[in-house]
Write a protein that binds this ligand. Structure first.
Ligand SMILES: [Zn+2]
Length: 173
C-alpha cells in the first residue's frame, strides 16, 4: 500500500500493477478508507493463499467434452424437473472468469473447465446456475435453496477456487 499526496480535493484510490495506491490531498496523511481497504486486501490475499495451498492436495478429473455435455444434460433434466425450472438453452464454452453463468432468457452457460472437476463439484456448479433461474441474486433465499442439496456449499465454493488456480496454473484452458 502506497500513499501519495497530490493537488486534489478528495482522496482517491488507484490500482497499479497489483498495488494499491492511495492518493490524498496535499495536507492529508491519513484517511479512514485506507484501513478498510488494507483489511480487505489482507483478507483477499489470505483467501488466495489458502486456496493455493489446498490446490496442492486436489486431483484433477479428466472427461472428454462429450462426457461433459452428457453429464450437464443429465443433471439439468434431473434438477429442472424436480424444481420445475424451464431451461431454454445450454451452452458449453470457454469462460474467462467463472464456472458458469445464466441469462434472463433462461439459458445456461458452462465453462469447459468443468471437465476437470470431481462429480460433486460438477453437480454443484450445474445446480448453482440452475437455481439462479429461480433466484437471480445470491440472496438468503438463494443460499437456502442451494443448501437443500448442498449443505456443504461453502466448502465447495472454497474448493472451486482452489481448482481454478490448479487448472490455470497447469495451463489447461
Ligand atoms: Zn451465483
Amino acid at each position: 500500500m502506497k500513499v501519495e499526496n497530490r493537488d486534489i480535493k478528495y482522496p482517491r484510490i488507484e490500482l497499479r500493477t497489483g498495488q494499491l495506491h492511495f492518493i490524498l490531498p496535499m495536507n492529508m496523511q491519513y484517511h479512514p478508507i485506507m484501513d478498510k481497504y488494507e483489511y480487505w486486501i489482507t483478507e483477499k490475499k489470505n483467501e488466495i493463499n489458502k486456496a493455493l495451498k489446498h490446490a496442492e492436495k486436489l486431483k484433477l478429473h479428466s472427461r472428454n467434452q462429450e462426457e461433459v455435455k452428457v453429464l450437464i444434460n443429465k443433471l439439468i433434466d434431473e434438477y429442472s424437473s424436480e424444481y420445475s425450472i424451464v431451461v431454454n438453452r445450454i451452452v458449453l464454452r470457454k469462460l474467462i472468469s467463472k464456472w458458469g453463468s445464466c441469462s434472463s432468457q433462461g439459458s445456461l452457460t458452462f465453462n469447459k473447465m468443468l471437465t476437470y472437476l470431481r462429480d460433486h463439484h460438477f453437480r454443484y456448479v450445474v445446480f448453482h446456475e440452475l437455481i439462479h433461474l429461480i433466484e437471480r441474486k445470491h440472496t438468503h433465499k438463494y443460499w437456502s435453496l442451494i443448501s437443500e442439496k448442498f449443505p456443504d456449499y461453502k466448502e465447495i465454493e472454497n474448493e472451486l477456487l482452489s481448482y481454478w488456480f490448479l487448472i490455470n496454473k497447469k495451463g489447461k484452458r
